[in-house]
Design a protein around this ligand. Structure first.
Ligand code: HSE
Length: 406
């Protein structure tokens, strides 16, 4: 079958490379050869082995022989318009574009269904890790209850560099950009938006109703310091950026935040660009998915698996989706309880002894500060405690991070 590729950046280039390298095994799995017939990109690639570049989207849209298109351009403009037109024209679309899936997935999945084609997005979450397909196939016998994920390779790489090498945030980010992990504008990585889109996709698929990523409380890692990392190490823990979602009475909880995990937690040892996703189901208990969460070939591998699936379903369609969202479905995550790490100045560590807090100090050079771990409290409750001038409100809070139990 002839396919099109829209976007020849890191992921598009990886798809081109994998199609060429694995042509034989892909043919075996699809039952037919896959030929890249058109590549859409506004840039010129004179050195590429591919000679089918175009700058005109209509060359893909109006080619009746192209049955599947990989949209790996990123962003919503013009990806949304292009994807919709392709689906309406009866072509299946596969994508790595988490922003588009998180924002317009409900509509695009509906358009795909109405036109008897597939809209597939394995590469939108977890890079090369198979996670989307397991959620609607292998795990479909389970009532899924919780998902905890390290879903962004860039931030996990940065935090690992800070924890293991004592690198500064800026140096570590530069390294992630050089390795091709980061988004074009890395704000989406470091402020947690990328993780937020991915956990929204997982929540929508796992629990069956759309969750809008823009409504999920989201905090990135820009405020995490080397001191936070050192305090966490004092109590045998590491700082990770997590996307969390849980099913509850009447709706779901979802949030993105830095979290402190004990070293024994299955996600604590997931380092560098690797992503890890822990899914909990009623029948199966916990299952872990682990692999490279970003980079050209891992992501291309997920895109290509969707291309193979779409080609195999050329006379039918791959059926996946979720219900439209509803008001009040996303519950207030501030009601969830946890223990919290607080890094404080403006008082003495001894003030907290015998009050149910764990207290930590860093020693020489850090005499002016200390950290505490609170008893279990909701975030709403903690905020009240921080306003109490006779209690925690008497201190300066330099950092505040949620703990996740083992
Ligand atoms: N910037 C993303 C990451 C790419 O670092 O995980 C993969 O979605």
């Amino acid at each position: 079958m002839k396919i099109g590729i829209m976007g020849f950046g890191v992921v598009g280039g990886g798809v081109g490379e994998l199609v060429a390298t694995n042509a034989e095994s892909i043919k075996r799995r699809c039952g037919e050869e896959i030929e890249i017939a058109r590549i859409l990109d506004l840039r010129d690639f004179p050195d590429s082995p591919y000679k089918c570049f175009t700058k005109d989207f209509n060359d893909i849209l109006n080619d009746p022989e192209i049955g599947v298109v990989a949209e790996v351009m990123g962003g919503t403009k013009p990806a949304y318009e292009f994807t919709k037109k392709l689906l309406l024209a009866g072509k299946s679309v596969v994508t790595s574009n988490k922003e588009l899936v998180a924002k317009h997935g409900t509509e695009l999945l509906k358009v795909a269904k109405e036109n008897g084609v597939s809209y597939l997005f394995e590469a939108s979450v977890g890079g090369g890790i198979p996670i989307i397909r397991p959620l609607y196939t292998s795990l479909s016998a389970n009532e899924l209850t919780d998902i905890y994920g390290i879903l962004n390779g860039t931030t996990n790489y940065i935090l690992t560099q800070m924890i293991k090498e004592g690198a500064t945030f800026e140096d570590a980010l530069k390294g992630a950009q050089e390795k091709g992990y980061a988004e074009k504008d890395p704000t989406a990585d470091i402020e947690g938006h990328d993780t937020c889109r991915k956990i929204a996709i997982l929540a929508s698929l796992a629990f069956g109703t759309y969750v809008d990523s823009e409504e999920i409380p989201c905090e990135g890692i820009t405020k995490i310091t080397l001191e936070d990392v050192k305090y966490a190490a004092k109590f045998g823990s590491v700082v990770k950026l997590l996307g969390i979602t849980s099913r509850a009475e009447g709706g779901v909880y979802a949030m993105v935040c830095p979290a402190i995990l004990p070293l024994g937690h299955p996600l604590a040892s997931i380092d560098d660009v690797f992503n890890g996703i822990m899914v909990r189901g009623d029948g199966l208990g916990d299952v872990m998915f682990y692999g490279r969460g970003a980079g050209a070939l891992p992501t291309a591998s997920a895109v290509l698996s969707d291309i193979v699936d779409a080609v195999k379903h050329k006379n039918s369609r791959v059926n996946l989706g979720w219900e439209q969202g509803r008001d009040g479905y996303l519950l207030d995550a501030k009601n969830l309880t946890a223990r919290f790490y607080l890094r404080l100045t403006g008082g003495k560590a001894e003030d907290f002894s015998g009050k149910g807090y764990e207290v930590y100090t860093l020693g020489e050079g850090y005499e002016d500060e200390f950290a505490v771990v609170t008893p279990e409290v909701s975030e709403n409750g903690l905020e009240k405690m921080l306003e109490d001038e006779n209690g925690l409100g008497a201190y300066n809070v330099l950092s505040r991070i949620r703990l996740v139990a083992e």
